[in-house]
Design a protein around this ligand. Structure first.
Ligand code: PLP
Length: 481
């Protein structure tokens, strides 16, 4: 196990050279007295190479997508081309500040302006904001726009409809915006139950939040009918577009009847997702909602780009600055490099890979909603649990022993012992076949030695942890007194 960096500490060792005495004195003269430290900070005293090695070792204790297959359902973990990181790190893009004069950052503003246009094109919407710093933040902004829309008509609506298969952030965004959620039932195909929708849609409902493809990886075929029912009461259709991998070049939010949609640039557009950010959750809206978008917005006047806050009906600011710019640069480069044919190929390959895996995996594992899927599908470990008392959690842990990141488990809630698998378009047939053979091997193990799987993992730096205890007694091991 890797030691704490404090355990490498040796008195007097230095990793960086600080400026000379003279300039240090100046700093203490410039800064107000009450801001100066009385005591030296308790930092580890280590050399630069010790720091590099320590963190490199730590970084490889966790599984990551550059190391192996990462079939995490609902949160696309695909390979992200390194060239996009290189371009996002160009000094002219990396070393700018949001408080700079617009004149000095024309290129950056142009990237933002054009990226908004690309995303508008991909969703079929009229306008986009890049400000939200995460998918859930985008949801919050989208639902706040929903509220603002109804308020602008002098109405105060109370509820937002959400299918029972929705991502957990959906109900929390709704609640944060002051609405109450009403859950919609799924039908036997795993899609929205239209009768239930007809019953629950009233003029007290602000709108519907839908994920399409839904969290079972199934395309809501009746989406136009759904939109018609919601629009009949002037409700708004919100699409959770966190996972656009299956839609590029095939279907657009606006054509399906949606009025608002967020996307996750981290996940779909070439920034890895996970580890707590940075992220970007742009929101796209139809024409009648454009005026409510947050400020500042990038505008173009006489061939010059400008940040403008002069939008009277805007929600206002939703972030301290303009959003996570480097994530936007990656998305911009990604879209430009792939072009429309390339983006469509992304979707088609994502769908093909998921269906191939589903077909093979369903030979040994139950797949309750087994129609043609989009970019992901949900298997179930229910039979393995019933017959051998091996839980989905055990299967997920055993996968780690074989060098594969576990899929998302126990979500969506409507599938018992759910195993949600998203292979993504960036995996080869060889990788998929290897995963299939690992899943088959685990199935054999469950039949022959269930106790082996029940106690997995064996090969990871940390074995089975007590997750409840870890949550209740969080210990981040801060060393010094
Ligand atoms: C990831 C995800 C979100 C939330 O995105 P964050 O950036 O993690 O806040 C919302 N909905 C769905 C379907 C997602 O997969």
């Amino acid at each position: 196990m890797e030691k704490l960096i404090f355990d490498y500490s040796n008195e007097g060792k230095k990793g960086v050279s600080l400026p000379q005495e003279k300039s240090l004195k100046q700093a203490s003269e410039i800064l107000p007295k009450e801001l100066l430290r009385v005591k030296d900070p308790a930092l580890p005293e280590v050399s630069e190479s010790e720091v590099v090695r320590h963190f490199t070792r730590l970084s490889s204790l966790n599984h990551h997508v550059d190391q192996g297959f990462y079939p995490l359902g609902s949160c696309t973990m695909k390979y992200n081309p390194k060239i996009n990181d290189v371009l996002a790190s160009l000094p002219g893009l990396l070393s700018i500040n949001p408080n700079q004069d617009d004149d000095t950052v024309q290129g950056a503003l142009q990237i933002m302006y054009e990226l908004e246009q690309f995303l508008a094109e991909l969703t079929g919407m009229k306008a986009v904001t890049l400000q939200p710093a995460a998918g859930s933040h985008g949801e919050f902004v989208g639902v706040a726009i929903m509220r603002k829309y109804h308020e602008s008509k002098g109405e105060k609506r109370k509820y937002v409809l959400i299918p029972d298969s929705a991502h957990g952030t959906n109900p929390s965004s709704v609640t944060s915006c002051g609405f109450k959620t009403i859950a919609l039932k799924s039908n036997e195909k795993g899609c929205v139950d239209l009768n239930d929708l007809e019953e629950k849609m009233t003029d007290e409902v602000a709108g519907l939040m839908l994920t399409n493809p839904n969290t079972l990886g199934i395309f809501e075929e009746e989406v136009e009918k759904i939109a018609e029912i919601v629009h009949k009461y002037d409700g708004l259709m919100y699409m959770d577009g966190a996972n656009m991998n299956a839609l590029f070049g095939i279907a657009k939010q606006a054509d399906m009847g949606f009025d608002i949609s967020h996307m996750n640039l981290h996940k779909t557009f070439s920034t890895p997702h996970g580890g707590g950010g940075p992220g970007s959750g742009p929101v796209a809206v139809v024409e009648k909602l454009e005026k409510f978008l947050p400020v500042p917005r990038v505008i173009k006047v006489n061939d010059k780009y400008k940040m403008s806050s002069e939008f009277e009906n805007s929600l206002g600011r939703v972030l301290g600055s303009y959003g996570n710019f480097s994530v936007m640069v990656r998305a911009y480069v990604y879209i430009k490099m792939l072009g429309s044919d390339g983006l469509e190929a992304v979707s088609r390959n994502a769908i093909l890979n998921a269906n191939y895996l589903k077909h093979e995996i369903s030979k040994r594992y139950d797949v309750p909603y087994n129609s043609q899927c989009m970019h992901e599908f949900v298997a179930s470990g229910e039979n393995h649990k019933k017959e051998h008392n091996v839980k989905t959690l055990d299967i997920a842990k055993r996968l780690l022993d074989y060098g594969v990141h576990a899929p998302t488990i126990y979500f969506p809630l409507i599938v018992h012992e759910a195993i949600m698998i998203e292979p993504t378009e960036t995996e080869s047939k060889e990788t998929l076949d290897e995963f299939i053979s690992i899943m088959n091997k685990i199935d054999d193990e469950i039949n022959e030695h269930p106790e082996l799987v029940q106690s997995a993992p064996y090969n990871t730096p940390v074995r089975r942890i007590n997750e409840v205890k870890a949550n209740k007694e969080l210990n981040v091991r801060w060393k010094p007194e």
